[in-house]
Design a protein around this ligand. Structure first.
Ligand code: NAI
Ligand code: HPV
Length: 479
């Protein structure tokens, strides 16, 4: 492992790796050109922004660390496209197919600078507190409810996700389920699998002319709206904010109005305290008799025992669930009462489609998410850019170029308290700050400054001065 020159003292590769957050910041080697060792990633299928950027030879890659010292843990079967972007950078990438129970996760996370997860891995404050080297989290999915994003921000750890790369896949699944429920396809198919010919039309319907009620009209809800209208459905939606309706869809003012007016109800809200058991006994009472319920958002949104009662009473004629309050960390025979106390009652119902959280599980979605999130991670690790972060202010500066060999990029993540900028600018003030950007989000602020004509010893001084401020969360130096 290569040694890294730290100002005038030499730091061994081992100590450098053990606390990269610190030593990335504290490594002031300008002895080897990061560009010389840079290998540009092979362009992804989706047309990699990173790859395009890397081919512009004038852009300088900011990497004052040996890329092989960056340790990345990828859980939950993250797509090969994502793994390829990260390994092409030279990072050490460990990849597991499932998520990890909390204690194993804590053991593993202590060591890594980057973690990539999907919806199952819970990055709680307890886990993140142990993640002493962690710089950044990549959620290779839409939802970020599984991460304590606020705790992460307060400890200088940025969190990225993929806001819409699997939205279409979820919308298409729901369209399939609307027809499958209306025609009782699941039941007919499993009967025939068992040898029973059961040709019925009673209680089976066309979807043309029926009303679809969408709860949460964001990326998925609005995409679904377009597909449903194309199939002859009328669309109404309920959302916490006023939104532009697609096509001839109409926003309704209350959840009750949506439930009373819909033949099919589908949920597309995030997991929040306000959406917890949003559909419970009272709401089932407000639904039309013989209507259908679909949930591909989060398991906490539906009160499942209340759904079981509503289906047994004939109020709800069918349901499709993709998500559950407890979900297993990997594949296997886990869907039983040990996982969720009502699982066997749910499995015994007629006309209910139960899927193992596959809404976003298509080749297209996973391959696009792999590239998108990995590229955001690379930009954050190498350049400090927070564009698209869900828990940090969005800060970026135009790239440094090869014509600016003695420039340095200072990154200072700090508590958002009065007087910090004055102190930071006193420290930077004797130098030529070429460009600077700062922004805050809640309690945390992020400052990025590019400084010209600085030597190794000056970089060290700047770093130490910023580190000594009481407002400091994380200081990084990139050049
Ligand atoms: N089953 C699966 O595999 C997948 C599930 N999801 C889940 O679907 C959720 C929705 O995804 P997107 O449409 O991309 O999110 P989005 O953020 O684009 O849209 C969510 C919408 O819900 C609305 N909303 C929030 N709180 C509300 C409330 N209390 N009442 C009414 N409306 C409310 C928001 O205003 C927003 O318009 C995600 O948060 C995720 O949990 C997402 C992708 C795949
Ligand atoms: O994107 C999301 O929020 C999802 O729920 C999909 O999660 P997954 O990537 O399948 O674990």
């Amino acid at each position: 492992m290569s040694n890294v020159v730290n100002g005038d003292a030499e730091v061994s590769g081992e100590s450098y790796t053990n606390n990269l957050t610190h030593t990335v910041s504290a490594s002031f080697s300008i002895s080897s050109s990061p560009v010389a060792t840079y290998t540009s990633p092979s362009p992804g299928k989706a047309g990699s922004l990173l790859a395009r950027t890397a081919t512009r030879t004038s852009v300088k890659q900011l990497k004052p660390f040996a890329t092989e010292d960056i340790k990345i843990l990828l859980l939950e079967n993250i797509n090969k496209t994502g793994r390829d972007v990260l390994t092409a950078q030279g990072y050490q990438v460990e990849y597991l197919k499932s998520s990890l129970p909390e204690d194993e996760l804590i053991e593993k996370i202590r060591d890594v600078h980057v973690i990539g997860i999907r919806s199952k891995t819970k990055l709680t404050a307890r886990v993140l507190r142990e993640a002493k080297n962690l710089l950044v989290v990549g959620c290779f999915c839409i939802g970020t409810n599984q991460v304590d994003t606020q705790f992460a921000a307060q400890h200088g750890v940025a969190v990225f996700n993929s806001p819409f790369s699997n939205s279409r896949s979820v919308a298409e699944l729901v369209i399939g389920e609307i027809i499958a429920l209306a025609r009782q396809l699941g039941d007919r198919s499993s009967e025939l699998h068992k040898g029973t010919w059961n040709k019925v039309s009673s209680g089976c319907w066309e979807i043309r002319g029926k009303t679809l009620g969408i709860i949460g009209y964001g990326h998925i809800g609005s995409q679904l709206s377009v597909l449903a209208e194309a199939m002859g459905m009328t669309v109404i939606f309920f959302d916490a904010v006023n939104l532009m309706a697609m096509g001839t869809a109409k926003q309704v003012p209350t959840l009750e109005a949506l439930l009373q007016g819909s033949d099919f109800v589908t949920c597309h809200v995030p997991e929040l305290p306000e959406t917890h058991k949003m559909i419970s006994s009272q709401e089932f009472g407000q639904m039309r008799t013989g209507s259908y319920l679909i949930n591909a958002s989060r398991g906490s949104v539906i009160d499942i025992p209340a759904l079981i009662d509503a289906m047994r009473a004939g109020k709800v004629a069918g349901a499709a669930l993709d998500v559950y309050p407890s979900e297993p960390g990997g594949n296997g025979d886990y869907f039983n009462n040990e996982l969720n106390s009502w699982a066997e009652d749910l499995r015994s119902l007629k006309n209910i489609i139960l899927t193992p959280h596959i809404g976003g599980s298509t080749e297209e979605a996973q391959s696009a998410i792999g590239v998108e999130v990995s590229e955001a991670l690379v930009r954050y690790v190498n350049e400090g850019a927070t564009l698209g972060a869900v828990n940090m202010p969005e800060v970026n500066l135009r790239s440094l170029t090869m014509d600016e060999p003695n420039h340095v990029r200072m990154i200072y993540i700090h508590h958002n308290v009065p007087g910090v900028l004055r102190k930071v600018n006193e420290i930077l003030g004797d130098h030529n700050v070429d460009k600077q950007m700062t922004d805050s989000r809640g309690d945390v602020a992020y400052l990025m400054a590019d400084i010209s004509d600085v030597s190794g010893s000056v970089i060290k001084e700047l770093y130490q001065s910023l580190e000594s401020l009481s407002s400091r969360i994380v200081t990084r130096v990139l050049y």
